[in-house]
Design a protein around this ligand. Structure first.
Ligand code: CA
Length: 158
């Protein structure tokens, strides 16, 4: 690697940046909104703030930002819908979450699976997500690879 190929984390973020420039927090909100709309058809500000353990005022502020980016429609009564673009983005975020979670599960991560997934998911490119997804499919089709990995892992432990 050439010297000038190194970047700060922020540099990588800028490199991977979608045209929408979502922060990790915005992605968390959008993913949660997409999740809930998939189940209930809509999302309420109050439900959103409860699910993400934030104050309703913080949720309102973030929702306003997402609205400005054209990702959600938020009119009144605290009910949120997604725009077409928001749906597309939310779908990607939920899939990315699931891909990372499935992969970490294959690695045998049980404790803090959700936290680990949350930490990893925001910082990988679309290309990496796609490759992990392919690897997941191979691993799921060939459980013997996982068994071999588990055996190797326990034989080299400690
Ligand atoms: Ca997530």
């Amino acid at each position: 690697m050439k010297r000038n190929e190194f970047r700060t984390v922020r540099g990588y973020e800028l490199l991977n940046q979608n045209k929408k420039q979502l922060t990790s927090a915005m992605e968390d909100y959008l993913e949660m909104i997409y999740r809930n709309i998939g189940q209930e058809g809509y999302m309420r500000i109050n439900t959103l703030s409860e699910l993400l353990n934030v104050k309703p005022s913080s949720a309102t502020r973030m929702v306003q930002k997402l609205k400005e980016l054209g990702l959600i429609r938020y009119e009144k009564y605290g009910i949120i819908f997604l725009s077409e673009e928001g749906k597309e983005y939310g779908k990607f975020l939920l899939e990315r979450h699931n891909v990372v979670e499935r992969f970490l599960k294959s690695l045998g991560i049980k404790e803090n699976l959700l936290t680990e997934t949350e930490l990893v998911e925001h910082n990988i490119s679309k290309n990496t997500v796609e490759r992990i997804n392919k690897l997941n499919r191979i691993l799921e089709a060939h459980p013997e690879i996982i068994s071999e990995f588990e055996n190797f892992n326990s034989s080299t432990d400690g």
